[in-house]
Design a protein around this ligand. Structure first.
Ligand code: ZN
Length: 369
């Protein structure tokens, strides 16, 4: 056998052994000025707590779905498989780590501190040693996490098992905030949206999260899992950590985005490409304009204020990965002299607060200056 043949046999052997999906989905979400948009899921379970999959499977799933980063966050206090899976709290991270490095998935070391409400379930991200979080008193566990440099997230704050009637912010949560023991909150978990959490994130300056909290095999037939979009200076673990502490996150589930307008507005515009040519509108003249949406997100726009001198559509759908053409009609003599035409829309599937849509301005050049 020549060397080439030995090599190719070795490669076939290697790839048939490796279990991960061999095609990786490409998620098309734009970066924004100064930041990379990282697609992350910071809440996952394995057999090392109450999940049913091996830790490397979480890495394979993330790779196949096109994610940048994950955190395995097995429960500290709830380990129903502990008779069969005998290991300490760091083991799931240690097992997943080499494959994550090989596949370039950023793996954040995490754990879920799992208590009754209040304070409920808290994810500790970027910890150094999960074993030290195994403490009798929840405050001791949280302080230990904080001392390890952790970022702490209140998980599924309106989970019916813990808050059956209404979603309450307890005095204990104010104490966590005051003691630097809470920096983030899940606005979306698995398939549930918590509007209260979105309001609290704004009010109390918490980073917003959307996580899968998956326990069994990830089963994405169409669409995508819920994701936390992180706007990071670099695609590194340190970059993610800096961005989380700076609260640069956006919630992404189904075809919906939630976050601060300071992030969502540049993200919206970065998703689109506009015609650069001047329109040269005049009274009574109709002109088509074209917008290309290169992102995975379809934007549903609703006119909030008529533009000056121009008739524009009441609603526009900018379908994902499509070019959308619509007509503008000049309706006054004023239009001929205007340098640009501004249209004001609400984006119906992008939220800055419960029931509040992102407001955007679509600007088109009318006359060369
Ligand atoms: Zn969990």
């Amino acid at each position: 056998m020549n060397h080439k043949r030995i090599l190719s046999l070795f490669l076939i052997y290697f790839f048939s052994l490796s279990g991960y999906a061999q095609s990786r989905k490409i998620i098309s979400l734009p970066d924004i000025e100064g930041y990379k948009t990282l697609k992350c899921d910071f809440h996952l379970h394995t057999v090392f707590s109450d999940g049913t999959v091996w830790p490397t499977v979480r890495v394979e799933e993330a790779w196949g779905e096109g994610l940048d980063a994950i955190a395995i966050t097995d429960h500290i206090e709830y380990r129903p498989h502990s008779k069969d899976v005998v290991a300490d709290h760091n083991r799931s991270f240690e097992i997943a780590s080499p494959l994550a490095r090989e596949l370039d998935i950023l793996l954040v070391r995490g754990a879920e501190i799992t208590r009754n409400m209040p304070p409920g379930h808290i994810n500790a991200l970027f910890i150094k040693n999960a074993n030290l979080l195994d403490r009798e008193d929840v405050m001791d566990a949280l302080k230990e996490a904080r001392d390890q440099g952790a970022f702490l997230v209140w998980n599924h704050p309106g989970w019916k098992a813990q808050q059956p009637d209404s979603t309450v912010w307890f005095e204990e949560h104010s104490q966590l905030l005051a003691n630097n023991l809470l920096q983030g909150i899940e606005v979306y978990n698995s398939n549930k949206y918590y509007p209260e959490a979105l309001a609290w994130a704004n009010e109390k300056k918490l980073a917003m999260f959307a996580n899968s909290d998956v326990h069994g095999p990830m089963n994405v037939c169409e669409g995508h899992r819920p994701m936390t979009l992180v706007f990071a200076k670099s695609r590194t673990e340190g970059g993610i950590k800096e961005a989380l502490f700076a609260r640069r996150t956006v919630v992404y589930f189904d075809n919906t985005l939630m976050g601060k307008s300071s992030l969502l507005e540049p993200f919206f515009h970065a998703s689109l490409k506009y015609d650069k040519a001047a329109l040269k509108m005049a009274n009574g003249v109709n002109k088509p304009v074209k917008i290309t949406n290169q992102s995975d997100i379809g934007y549903e726009l609703e006119l909030v204020q008529p533009g000056v001198g121009v008739d524009a559509p009441e609603s526009i759908v900018l379908k994902a990965h499509h070019v959308t053409v619509f007509n503008l009609g000049g309706n006054s003599d004023e239009i001929a002299g205007m340098k640009e035409i501004n249209l004001y829309y609400a984006v119906k599937n992008v939220f800055t607060a419960p029931g509040e849509n992102l407001l955007v301005t679509l600007s088109f050049l009318n006359r060369q200056p």
